[in-house]
Design a protein around this ligand. Structure first.
Ligand code: SIN
Length: 472
């Protein structure tokens, strides 16, 4: 376990530390060195110098080092997953899934590194020729969240490095250990000093301020809340810095009358209770056609009651602890608001001893309640009734968010209409699981912009240069 920050190929200590807690029992797992804004400047300088070397490596040389990093992550997947569960709380099986998911971005972009092709465009004059090349943008500041402490790093860093950029990573102060473990493996993989830097600090504002104001940082990639994303966007405006934002969501999950009921219930469980509901693409509002509502709710209730809650390290746990007390208070407030306006809670509805929240089912909800418009980020399934395609599309789109949406149905014409009408960056059709390195992850509206993963993911880290050749 590493606790110092990784700057310019060295492990750097600080004068002060901050504790990292295990959300299961609140025990301190580690004291992590608390870096200052001056340390962040040092990391940016190192990344700036390393860019001159790394961006000149051939694509296949960058690719080989990325492949080594990928192999090391898989080789150490069990230790990485255990560390992740300890600092984040998610069940070990999910943590192993996250490590493999995270590593898959490194593998994918190791391959994409070799395919950053330019273009030759038919010119506008017979004496002219037009070529287009793609160049790495420079130093990238990556700010990553606590809910996926490993995969959200690789999803940003792998395309950046593949393109020839260098990075300074600021992991969440709640879960810095997974980031440091990835840096340890990056060192073993042979990245030159300064190509990857990790700066841990319990003062995210100071690091964010340095990223947005330092002209050596050419790009910021952030995953986290819409509130913080807006602050970063405003602060980046002065230097017109390129920025990618993967922000909050308010995912609808629609079950049409002709849906495969069993599949819809399973998909709903998977997308709702993953990571105790603490995922940006988690189902937030479940809309069920009125003719099948009662049957769906009965089946969903059975599955919710069968969920095992406990330590992520215990075999068979489905739902781990919440990340902190604030997350529990937020869910309590959302439920209090809903019940005060007429919602009923057939299952769960309360906190449990320790940092747990009961998997909860809420019915008779409507759009006047906060639960309709707020991102729940907890294990609460809120079920709404609808009676027509038109009505449910209007309800589903009635949010400032636009990250993920899901629906279940069989009529292919309806499927096309609904998929096109949903104002979201990602749509799951007859599936509740959409995350993969090979597809573009990202949102619209206040869920942000930029895409991560897939052939599109690299575009956020390159500049396009057009060359006009005259006198030919
Ligand atoms: C997120 O919650 O932002 C990431 C979820 C995922 O990649 O599946």
């Amino acid at each position: 376990m590493k606790t110092k920050s990784y700057i310019n190929g060295k492990w750097k200590s600080a004068e002060k530390n901050f504790p990292v807690h295990n959300p299961f029992n609140n025990n301190i797992i580690a004291e992590v060195d608390d870096m200052t804004r001056a340390d962040c400047v040092e990391a940016i300088d190192a990344a700036h110098d390393a860019f001159k070397i790394w961006s000149k490596f051939t694509a296949s040389k960058r690719s080989r080092i990325l492949k080594k990093w990928f192999n090391l992550q898989l080789q150490h997947k069990n230790e990485l997953a255990e560390l992740l569960t300890k600092e984040q709380g998610k069940p070990l099986a999910e943590a192993i899934g996250e490590i493999k998911y995270g590593a898959s971005f490194v593998e994918w972009f190791a391959e994409e590194a070799k395919r950053i092709y330019g273009d030759v465009i038919p010119a506008h004059g017979s004496d002219k020729r037009i070529t287009v090349i793609k160049q790495p943008i420079g130093v990238v500041g990556a700010i990553t969240p606590w809910n996926f402490p490993s995969a959200m790093i690789t999803r940003k860093v792998a395309p950046a490095l593949a393109a020839g950029c260098t990075v300074v990573i600021k992991p969440s102060e709640l879960t810095p250990l997974s980031a440091l473990a990835l840096a340890d493996l990056a060192e073993q993989a042979g990245f030159p000093p300064g190509v990857i830097n990790v700066i841990c600090s319990k003062d995210p504002n100071a690091i964010g301020a340095e990223f947005t104001s330092n002209p050596k940082v050419k790009k910021i990639s952030f995953t986290g809340s819409t509130r913080v994303g807006k602050l970063l966007l405003k602060a980046s405006a002065d230097q017109v810095k390129k920025i990618s934002l993967e922000l909050g969501g308010n995912a609808p999950f629609i079950v049409f009358e002709d849906a495969d009921m069993e599949a819809a219930v399973d998909g709903c469980m998977a997308s709702k209770f993953r990571n105790a509901g603490q995922t940006c693409i988690c189902t937030n509002r479940i809309f069920v056609h009125e003719n099948i509502h009662d049957e769906f709710v009965a089946k969903l209730s059975n599955k919710i009651q069968a969920l095992k809650i406990g330590s992520g390290l215990e075999e068979g746990t489905h739902v781990g602890p919440m990340i902190n007390e604030a997350a529990i208070l937020k869910d309590e407030a959302i439920l209090n608001d809903a019940t005060s306006k007429g919602a009923v809670i057939p299952i769960g509805g309360a906190r449990m001893e320790g940092q747990f929240f009961q998997p909860t089912l809420v019915c008779d909800v409507n759009r006047e309640m906060e639960i309709f418009s707020q991102e729940i980020f907890g294990p609460i399934a809120a079920v709404y009734k609808f009676n027509s395609e038109e009505q449910v599309i209007e309800l589903a789109n009635d949010t400032s968010y636009g990250l993920a949406a899901y629906f279940y149905g069989r009529d292919y014409a309806l499927i096309w209409r609904v998929a096109e009408a949903l104002e979201y960056g990602m749509v799951g059709i007859n599936t509740g699981m959409i995350s993969t390195a090979v597809a573009p992850f990202g949102g619209v509206k206040e869920s942000g912009f930029g895409r991560e993963g897939s052939k599109y993911g690299i575009e956020d880290y390159i500049n396009i240069k057009y060359m006009c050749w005259g006198g030919v």
